[in-house]
Ligand binder design. Sequence first.
Ligand SMILES: Cc1cc2nc3c(=O)[nH]c(=O)nc-3n(C[C@H](O)[C@H](O)[C@H](O)COP(=O)(O)OP(=O)(O)OC[C@H]3O[C@@H](n4cnc5c(N)ncnc54)[C@H](O)[C@@H]3O)c2cc1C
Length: 462
Amino acid sequence: MASLALKTFVGLRQTSPESHHSAASFKPISTHRRLRVVAGKFSPKVTGRNLRVAVVGGGPAGGAAAETLAKGGIETFLIERKLDNCKPCGGAIPLCMVGEFDLPLDIIDRRVTKMKMISPSNVAVDIGKTLKPHEYIGMVRREVLDAYLRDRAAESGATVINGLFLKMDMPETSNAPYVLHYTGYNVKTGGAGEKRTLEVDAVIGADGANSRVAKAINAGDYEYAIAFQERIKIPDEKMQYYENLAEMYVGDDVSPDFYGWVFPKCDHVAVGTGTVTHKGDIKKFQSATRLRAQEKILGGKIIRVEAHPIPEHPRPRRLSDRVALVGDAAGYVTKCSGEGIYFAAKSGRMCAEAIVEGSENGKRMVEENDLRKYLERWDKTYWPTYKVLDVLQKVFYRSNPAREAFVEMCADEYVQKMTFDSYLYKRVAPGNPLEDLKLAVNTIGSLVRANALRREMEKLST
Ligand SMILES: Cc1cc2nc3c(=O)[nH]c(=O)nc-3n(C[C@H](O)[C@H](O)[C@H](O)COP(=O)(O)OP(=O)(O)OC[C@H]3O[C@@H](n4cnc5c(N)ncnc54)[C@H](O)[C@@H]3O)c2cc1C
């Protein structure tokens, strides 16, 4: 979740109903570069069975992909190495995900309606004043959300395999199968079981940041942040403060390029931070985050410590022949905010839809061009957001004075309204031109003050 205010600006230029992020190396797939010839499909019909697709990884990306495939008439296999996986994650999801993915309300631990943005000098700005009574940020436990989505895929007809994907053999001819190698899970011993193979026509790589599917197609690497999080059980009276409130801390102490957070969970809080540029100092940043929240989490007991990479931008290649990457495997986490759950589920679903459509509900073989439609739609919808977030991160996360200016800006009700609209719904209602102008002037004012302050601080330190 996070730099909500940054998303305001993204939203201002958005016309499509969703949003997202980017990086310098990321080149969108052009939707204009080829002349599209509309004709009947030439790919062969699949006979005696339906198209077979394997989804590797059962997080939000994999669960959503498998459900859509199975509902669309595809013979679907979902391979997940750990069915009780508890992904290290803040677990914040936008309101639109609850509706779009038809999530039952009982899997949402907390409904956050208040967000405190806390500046390097500990100035706290309350965000959330503009929320309507039914609006909130959902807080989920990943073991609950992921299991729910996987179970729903299974109910729709997907075969869920508890196994560790190892590698795959590429097809030698155009319509030959991919052969996936995996180790099954031995229920009796609770350890690795037999080595097995699975033949499929297409593969969706939803196996997260360390994706083996990405390696198999030489998808290339991405820059990543390391995120560190501690789950802390705090006394009940302290927990009341976090009942429906999340906190975000910015400053050089908590992270040179990210933010620190305290998110409420069912019966504890998740305290964490991340960084791309100073990974070796992550524990120091974590201590600083804990220190900043000290009074509010006093008497707390750490019940779990976790760390995981967060992709900073999409991989150089996200598609090869009949294999496509989705979610973190593709690199779809919003820059500077670290939001990835919604985008993972959304990309999984979009990729699966392209396969269902291209295969005419599993009756025909798919080709690279069918899967490419998913990338074209994805990039068209989200690429501008990636770009804008890149720029905004550079403007507001570069120094403590700039962060002070950023927090100051968040106090503006118009900023808050646009921010929440863009975060909660992945769309933005048309802005008010007068308010937009006022916001631009205020932003420039804040930045000028930030720059002046920085110059003064530099003078003091020389
Ligand atoms: C500390 C932290 C906090 C975060 N907080 C938030 C937040 O508050 N909100 C938000 O929106 N995003 C957050 N994110 C980002 C979010 O967690 C990811 O973007 C999201 O989980 C991506 O989903 P995914 O399905 O693509 O991948 P994952 O959730 O990583 O799922 C991949 C799945 O693949 C399985 N797998 C991997 N390899 C194999 C294999 N070889 N064989 C079989 N299975 C395999 C894994 O067990 C896993 O279940 C956070 C990330 C971190 C690290």
